[in-house]
Design a protein around this ligand. Structure first.
Ligand code: FE
Length: 208
């Protein structure tokens, strides 16, 4: 993935590697080796479950370990590298912390730059023109479309990703989670909560 979107001025949004994967997929499906629905299920799992799990564990560790949180906010690239299992994509990963006063949201207005190493594959809507344009102009409206209503006094800050600098939202830890393990906390962290278009689950929500 290292050749993904390193320039914003090239014509195609697909890297050579992605094009090769697409071509291979097409052949496998045409020859009947692969059920396209099975492929969709795999892609969906990487978008929503397997990919974002690294990010969820990082958020959970930041919630549970104040020293790690401090390190993450100071230099996310370095902090994430200490966990060993994540290989960097861009030059800089920046973690931005949500507070009652400020909510952070990430976008790539020019194409689809995304912190693959911590969130996996970007969702389709992230790459869409409406999200890319509206996230900056009307972030509160976009959040409403995602079913998120924040207090009026909460400022919304939108971070525009590039190939060099990518962002990870550190959501607020929900109440009622004192003493939880990092694994348990990570189950509360949704992909969208780390993009800023969603909130984390509450303990009550995962109990049902
Ligand atoms: Fe981009």
């Amino acid at each position: 993935m290292s050749d993904h979107d390193h320039s914003h001025d090239h014509g195609s949004e697909l890297s050579e590697q992605q094009l090769r994967v697409r071509a291979l997929e097409t052949i496998l499906v045409e020859k009947g080796y692969v059920d396209p629905q099975a492929l969709d299920a795999i892609v969906e799992a990487y978008e929503t479950k397997i990919g974002p799990r690294n990010g969820a564990l990082i958020v959970a560790k930041a919630w549970a370990d104040p020293a790690f949180k401090q390190a993450l906010l100071k230099d996310a690239t370095a902090a994430v590298a200490t966990l060993g299992h994540v290989s960097p994509v861009g030059d800089h990963l920046v973690a931005v912390e949500n507070t009652p006063r400020r909510h952070n949201m990430i976008v790539c207005t020019l194409c689809s730059c995304y912190p693959w190493e911590v969130l996996g594959l970007p969702p389709v809507w992230y790459k869409s023109a409406p999200y890319r344009s509206r996230a900056v102009k009307d972030p509160r409206g976009v959040l409403a479309d995602f079913g998120v209503a924040l207090p009026k006094e909460t400022e919304i800050r939108v971070w525009d990703s590039t190939a060099e600098t990518r962002f990870l939202v550190l959501p607020m830890r929900p109440a009622g989670t004192d003493g939880w393990t990092e694994e348990g906390l990570a189950d509360l962290v949704t992909r969208d909560s780390m993009i800023g278009t969603g909130l984390v689950r509450t303990p009550a929500e995962i109990a049902t």
